[in-house]
Design a binder for this molecule. Structure first.
Ligand code: PXP
Length: 235
């Protein structure tokens, strides 16, 4: 199981003062020393954290980027220019604090199939951020996505409430179903140092994308140690 480190909230902190610190590139250079798969960045429509220039700066480091993006023409154009290692198509609502639910791929399958074609033609791996539901997995297969990323938000909330069995089971069944029909499986959202060990029970998962908990931990122990500790937990 590999780790994608989401660095959006380093940019959130930087933007709080409107200046240049903490420098995203400096953080990226430290994180890239660790055995991670990719740096994950979400270029939101309102640019509340990652800005366009950040993507180009991180790309210039030679880093593998997993670009989280809404299915809009504006962001697609940037993705086709940057050519990240992978893109994860997410739903985006302006007023949400974070990505609250999975994308309804099933409802817009033909549109999404067309949308991801040029990305795939550039050799970019395409992932769909979905809730762990069979119809969304089948729709992701139909549109020819390479990966699904299972939204682990409900599991993470259930973990905090002390009864996560049902949600973990959903993730397990979905991961198996996806793998059986030819999709690769990632997972993310709300995973942290306490609950992440349970992801090791899902052998189909290739990659976890984790942001908030790692950046929060970094405040106390530094970004390198925070990443090292997470890597140790998912080994
Ligand atoms: N995966 C996707 C698709 C996301 O949108 C997010 C949140 O930006 C994450 C993973 C990481 O979630 P968290 O910050 O809760 O670890």
């Amino acid at each position: 199981m590999k780790l994608g480190v989401n660095i959006d909230h380093i940019a959130t902190l930087r933007n709080a003062r409107g200046g240049i610190e903490p420098k995203l590139v400096e953080a990226a250079e430290i994180i890239l020393k660790e055995n991670i798969l990719a740096l994950t960045m979400h270029l939101r429509e309102d640019r509340r954290h990652i800005k366009d220039k950040d993507l180009y700066d991180i790309k210039a480091l030679g880093a593998k980027i997993n670009l989280e993006m809404a299915a809009t023409n504006e962001i697609q154009k940037i993705a086709l220019d940057i050519v990240p290692y992978s893109v994860c198509i997410v739903p985006e609502k302006r007023l949400e604090i974070t990505t609250e639910g999975g994308l309804d791929v099933n409802k817009q399958k033909d549109k999404l199939k067309e949308f991801i074609k040029p990305l795939k033609e550039k050799g970019i791996l395409v992932s769909m951020f979905i809730d762990p539901e069979i119809n969304q997995i089948e729709a992701s297969r139909y549109i020819d996505a390479d990966y699904i990323e299972m939204h682990t938000g409900c599991f993470s909330n259930a973990f905090d409430n002390g009864n996560y069995t049902k949600e973990l089971d959903k993730l397990k069944k979905s991961a198996k179903y996806a793998k059986d029909i030819g999709l690769k499986v990632n997972a993310g959202h709300g995973l942290n140092y306490k609950n992440v060990y349970l992801m090791k029970e899902i052998k189909e998962i290739s990659e976890l994308n984790i942001g908030h908990s790692i950046i929060s931990r970094a405040v106390f122990v530094g970004i390198q140690k925070a990443v090292k500790e997470m890597l140790e937990l998912i080994k």
